[in-house]
Write a protein that binds this ligand. Structure first.
Ligand code: TRP
Ligand code: ZN
Length: 879
C-alpha cells in the first residue's frame, strides 16, 4: 500500500459535528471573459460555548484568493493558514462576518466539478465536493444555510442567469451587463447549490399541487434542442403527481427548473429547484431516442424530483450516509417507473442491472457496504452498491413492513427530520418506531459487504405430506471484511403442482393455509421451514419477486425449470427460470468446448423457448426479456477462472442454434409485429417493439436475417427500430454494415446524442481487433476525450461491455485502455477513476491476461501526480 494514499483515507467513525452555525450566506458572482469573481459573505455563530479563541476550518480548491476579512477588517497572511484544501482561521469571536473574494476560471475547468463552461454556457456541479472550487466554505453536507445569490454578466452572452429558489430582483449595469438576485428560503448544504448562465431556450408548463400551489416548470436547453423537451416535461409532471398520490409528498417552491447539458460527469443532479441534467436524460424525439432512452428519461427525471424530499429536505450528515438519499431515491424512482409502465418488466430489468453491475462490484477489490467505513475520494463511492443495492435494501423494509407500514415509517422520518442532516440509523429508527418493531438485526445490511448466498434444500415426506425447506446462508469473505455474520433475509417462495396450479401453503403450527406465496424469514445461518398437507410432487418457486439481493443455490433439473417456465405465476421467478436454464446450458458448453468436445443445444432449452414463443397470452415485453440470454460478464462471474473466448463462443453457439431451430416461429412473430404501424410510445407499442427486435436479433443468425435487418434500418420511423436494424447488420458482420454505418453517420454527424449510439455500436463489435477501430474512432471529429458521454460510449462501452474486444490475448486493448485512463486523469479524474475500474477483475482471468492487466495497472499507478481518484481505484485493485 502506498503511504501517501492510505494517509488520506477518511473514516466514518471520526465524524464530529461542525462547531459553527452559518446563519446565512451571500454570494456575488461577476462573470467575466477570462475569470469569474466570487464574493462570499457568511454570518457565523459559534456553537461551542465560552469566549474567544474559536477557530474555523474552510474547504477550498484551485481558488485565487484576492482578499479575506473578518467584520470588515482584512486578515493578514499570518491570521490564517492554508494547507492542501483546508484553511484554518484562529482566534475568531463567537459571532462574526467573514468576507472573501476569489477569482476562478470556469473555461479552464475540465474536471466538470465546481463552475465550468459547457458549450457556450456556464454551469455548476457541486456534489459531492465541488463547491470548494467556487469559494472557501465548510463544504460538508451537515452545514445547512440559506443562500442569497447575485449573478452579474454580459447580457448578450448570458441572457439567462439562474440559481436556486426565487428570482427576487434584477437590473442592468454598465457596459451591457445585467444581474439577477436569487434567494432560496430553504436551508441547504453547499452540494445542492447551483448556478447557470448562458443563452438558453426553454419550454414552460405548470403543475398545481394538491394544496393549490401553482408551480412554474421550465426545461432549459440550447436553442437547437427546443423541440425535444416534451417527454422530459411530461415525465416531471407525472413524477410530481405520483409523489403526491403514493407518498403524500408535495413540491415546496413556486419554481422548478431543469437545465440540460452535453458535458456532465453523471446522469443528473438534484440541486434545489434547479436540476442540472445530462442531455441524455432530457432530450428525446422518436427519430433520435430509443424506447430505453424514453424510459431512462422518465426514471431520472423522477429520481431527481424525488430527491427534493429524500435528499434535500432531509439530507445526509456526512458522505458515509450517501445511501440514505440515493438508495431511498432509487427505490422511489423504481416504484414510479413500475407504476407508470409494466411493473413485472421493470422488476426484471432492475434485477438484471443489479446482478450485472453490483454483484461483480461486491465480489471485487472495491467491495464495500452500502454505508462504507472509509473512503479516499467520495466520488468513487457513487456506486452500484450505494445506489442499486441500497435500493434493494430499502425494498426489503417495504417487503417486511408492507406498503402501509413503510409509508408510516416515511411519515415519521419526515416528522422527525425535516430540515436536518441525518444518518442511515435515523432512517432505520423511524421505520422501526413507526411500526413498533425491532429492526436492529436488519441493520446489518448497512455494514456488511458482499452478496449473501442462500442454499436451498428440500425434502418431501410423501406419506405425511410434509415438505421441508432448509434455507442456509453465508456471505463469502471479501477483501474489506474477512468475517461475515448472518443477515435478515426475507425469502418469498411458492410450490407448484404437476398441473401447474399452486399449493395453498400452510406452515407447521398454523391453523389454516395462508396463500400461495409465503415470506420466510431467514435470520440464522440455517433454518428449517415445514409446509404441511403437500400431497403431490411439487416444484419450488424460489426467491419470488427477487425478495432479497442474494444468490440462490438449488440443484435444479431441466424438468423443474421447464415446469416453472411454463407455469409460474410469479413473473420474476418465471423469468428467472429461463435465465437459470440458459445459464446452465451455456456454461456446460463452455466446459465442453474447453474439453475439446462438440457443443450441443440442450433440448430442454429449445422446448422451453418454443413453448414461450407459442404462448400468445404472455406479455410481449416479458417474452422479450425471457429470450435475452444472460450477459457474458454475468456468466463470467459464475466461473472460477474466466474463459472469455469460451463464454463468447458458447453463448453465440446457443443463440445460433436457437435461431436455426426456431426460425419459423421467430419469423412469424416478427412479421406479425412488423405490421407497418406508425410509431407511438404507448406501453403496448414499446412492448411489441421490444419483442420484435429480440426476434430480429435471432433472425439475423438465420438465412435471410440480413435482409430483414436492412429493410428495417432503411424503412423505420423511430430510433428503436433503426438501431435494432443497424445492430443486426453490424454485429453479424453483414456486407451492408459499412454502408449502413456511413448512412447513419452522414445523417446524424451533428447530433451529439445520436453519435454516442454510433460510437457505441462500433465499440461493441466482438472481435479481437476492435481496439484498432476504437483507436481510429477517437480521431473522429465528433469524438472528444473531454466529453464524458463520448468517453463512456466509445472507451467505456469497449472496455466494460465488450469482453472479446477488451481481452484480446496480446494485451493490446489493455495497453490502449491504460493510455486513455492516464490521458483522462489529467483532464477529469472522476471519469478516469471510473474508466480505471475496467481492470478491477483482473485476477479472475487466465495467467497471460492476468499478468498483462496487472502490468497496465502498475503503469497507471506509477504515473507522477496521479489523481487520488484514480489512485484509490488502481491501488485497491493491486492489493
Ligand atoms: N446526486 C446525483 C444523483 O444521484 C449524483 C451526481 C450527479 C453526482 N452528478 C454528480 C455525484 C457528480 C458525484 C459527482 O442524482
Ligand atoms: Zn440520486
Amino acid at each position: 500500500m502506498k503511504k501517501g494514499v492510505s494517509a488520506k483515507a477518511i473514516y466514518r467513525k471520526d465524524y464530529t459535528a461542525f462547531p459553527w452555525k452559518i446563519e446565512r450566506v451571500e454570494l456575488r458572482f461577476s462573470i467575466g471573459d477570462s475569470f469569474t469573481r466570487v464574493c462570499t459573505s457568511m454570518q457565523l455563530k459559534s456553537k461551542t460555548r465560552g469566549s474567544g479563541n474559536q477557530h474555523l476550518e474552510l474547504d477550498g480548491k484551485d481558488l485565487d484568493l484576492r482578499s479575506i476579512s473578518i467584520d470588515g477588517t482584512k486578515l493578514g497572511e499570518s491570521s490564517y493558514e492554508i494547507s492542501g484544501e483546508r484553511m484554518r482561521i484562529s482566534d475568531l469571536p463567537e459571532r462574526c462576518v467573514l468576507d472573501t473574494e476569489v477569482h476562478i476560471k470556469p473555461a479552464e475547468n475540465t474536471a466538470l466539478e465546481g463552475l465550468y463552461k459547457a458549450g457556450d454556457f456556464l454551469l455548476t456541479q457541486c456534489e459531492a465536493e465541488g463547491f470548494r472550487k467556487i469559494t472557501w466554505f465548510p463544504d460538508r453536507p451537515d452545514v445547512m444555510t440559506c443562500y442569497s445569490v447575485q449573478i452579474e454578466a454580459d447580457a448578450a452572452i448570458y441572457p439567462v442567469l439562474l440559481s436556486n429558489g426565487n428570482a427576487v430582483d434584477s437590473g442592468t449595469s454598465e457596459g451591457g451587463r445585467h444581474w439577477v438576485r436569487w434567494e432560496d428560503p430553504y436551508p441547504k448544504p453547499s452540494y445542492l447549490f447551483a448556478l447557470v448562465a448562458g443563452d438558453l431556450a426553454h419550454i414552460e408548463d405548470h403543475f398545481l399541487t394538491r394544496s393549490g400551489r401553482d408551480v412554474t416548470l421550465k426545461v432549459y436547453v440550447e436553442n437547437e434542442n427546443i423541440d425535444r423537451c416534451d417527454h422530459a416535461m411530461e415525465s416531471l409532471i407525472n413524477a410530481m403527481k405520483w409523489d403526491e398520490d403514493r407518498f403524500g409528498l408535495e413540491y415546496d417552491l413556486d419554481i422548478y427548473n431543469i437545465v440540460a447539458t452535453n458535458d456532465f460527469n453523471m446522469g443528473a443532479m438534484e440541486n434545489k429547484s434547479l436540476n442540472i441534467f445530462n442531455s441524455k436524460y432530457v432530450l428525446a424525439s422518436p427519430d433520435t431516442a430509443t424506447d430505453a432512452d424514453y424510459q431512462g428519461i422518465e426514471g431520472v427525471i423522477g429520481h431527481e424530483y424525488f430527491h427534493n424530499w429524500t435528499g434535500n429536505r432531509v439530507t445526509c450528515q456526512d458522505w458515509f450516509q450517501l445511501t440514505l438519499k440515493e438508495g431511498l431515491t432509487v427505490f422511489r424512482d423504481e416504484e414510479f417507473s413500475a407504476d407508470m409502465q409494466s411493473r413485472a418488466v421493470k422488476r426484471i430489468q432492475d434485477v438484471r442491472d443489479l446482478r450485472d453491475r453490483q454483484f461483480p462490484e461486491d465480489a471485487g477489490p472495491m467491495a464495500h457496504p452500502i454505508q462504507p467505513d472509509r473512503y479516499i475520494k467520495i466520488n468513487n463511492f457513487y456506486t452500484a452498491t450505494v445506489y442499486q443495492k441500497g435500493a434493494a435494501i430499502i425494498r426489503m423494509y417495504h417487503t417486511l413492513l408492507g406498503e402501509q407500514g413503510f409509508q408510516k415509517g416515511m411519515r415519521l422520518y419526515f416528522e422527525r427530520h425535516d430540515g436536518q442532516a441525518v444518518s442511515c440509523d435515523d432512517f432505520l429508527a423511524a421505520m422501526a418506531d413507526a411500526n413498533s418493531t425491532d429492526l436492529d438485526r436488519f441493520g446489518r445490511w448497512y455494514s456488511q459487504s458482499g452478496t449473501p448466498e442462500v442454499t436451498v434444500e428440500t425434502r418431501h415426506d410423501e406419506s405425511s405430506g410434509n415438505f421441508h425447506v432448509v434455507l442456509s446462508q453465508s456471505t463469502p469473505p471479501s477483501h474489506d471484511q474477512a468475517e461475515k455474520v448472518p443477515l435478515v433475509i426475507p425469502f418469498a417462495m411458492g410450490l407448484l403442482n404437476p398441473d401447474g396450479s399452486e399449493v395453498q401453503l400452510q406452515l407447521e403450527g398454523e391453523p389454516e393455509a395462508g396463500g400461495t406465496t409465503r415470506l420466510l424469514l431467514l435470520e440464522k445461518e440455517s433454518q428449517c421451514f415445514s409446509f404441511i398437507n403437500v400431497q403431490q410432487t411439487v416444484v419450488p418457486s424460489l426467491l419470488r419477486d427477487f425478495s432479497a439481493p442474494v444468490k440462490v443455490h438449488y440443484p435444479w433439473t431441466v424438468q423443474e425449470l421447464s415446469h416453472l417456465i411454463a407455469h409460474d405465476p410469479d413473473t420474476f421467478a418465471r423469468w428467472e427460470a429461463t435465465q437459470t436454464l440458459a445459464q446452465m446450458c451455456i456454461l456446460e458448453q463452455v466446459q465442453s468446448r474447453a474439453d475439446g468436445k462438440e457443443m450441443l443445444l440442450e433440448p430442454g432449452l429449445l422446448a422451453a423457448f418454443s413453448g414461450l414463443l407459442a404462448d400468445r397470452a404472455v406479455d410481449p415485453a416479458l417474452l422479450a426479456e425471457a429470450m435475452i440470454l444472460p450477459a457474458e460478464d454475468y456468466l463470467a462471474e459464475q466461473m472460477v477462472v474466466i474463459d472469455v473466448d469460451g463464454i463468447h463462443a458458447a453463448r453465440q453457439f446457443i443463440r445460433t442454434e436457437l435461431a436455426r431451430a426456431l426460425s419459423v416461429p421467430f419469423r412469424q412473430r416478427f412479421s406479425q409485429l412488423n405490421d407497418g404501424a406508425r410509431y407511438n410510445k404507448s406501453p403496448q407499442a414499446i412492448a411489441e417493439r421490444s419483442l420484435k427486435n429480440v426476434c430480429l436479433s435471432y433472425l439475423v443468425k438465420a438465412t435471410d436475417g440480413d435482409h430483414l435487418a436492412h429493410a428495417q434500418f432503411v424503412g423505420s420511423d423511430n430510433m428503436t427500430d433503426t438501431l435494432a436494424g443497424l445492430r443486426g447488420l453490424v454485429l453479424e458482420g453483414s456486407t451492408g454494415a459499412a454502408d449502413a454505418l456511413k448512412t447513419f453517420e452522414k445523417k446524424w454527424k451533428d447530433d451529439a446524442l445520436v453519435m454516442d449510439k454510433w460510437f457505441a455500436m462500433q465499440a461493441i463489435m466482438p472481435a479481437h481487433d476492435t481496439v484498432q477501430q476504437v483507436r481510429k474512432l477517437m480521431k473522429h471529429p465528433a469524438f472528444s476525450i473531454r466529453n464524458p458521454n463520448k468517453v463512456r460510449s466509445l472507451i467505456g462501452v469497449f472496455s466494460m461491455l465488450n469482453p472479446t474486444g477488451f481481452h484480446t490475448p496480446d494485451g493490446s486493448a489493455y495497453r490502449f485502455h491504460a493510455d486513455q485512463v492516464i490521458a483522462l486523469d489529467a483532464i477529469n479524474p472522476q471519469m478516469a477513476a471510473r474508466m480505471a475500474s475496467a481492470f478491477n477483475r483482473w485476477a479472475r482471468y487466465d495467467g497471460e491476461r492476468k499478468a498483462l492487466m496487472k502490468q497496465q495497472l502498475k503503469r497507471i499507478a506509477a504515473v507522477p501526480g496521479l489523481s487520488s481518484d484514480t489512485s484509490e481505484i488502481v491501488s485497491s485493485a493491486l492489493k
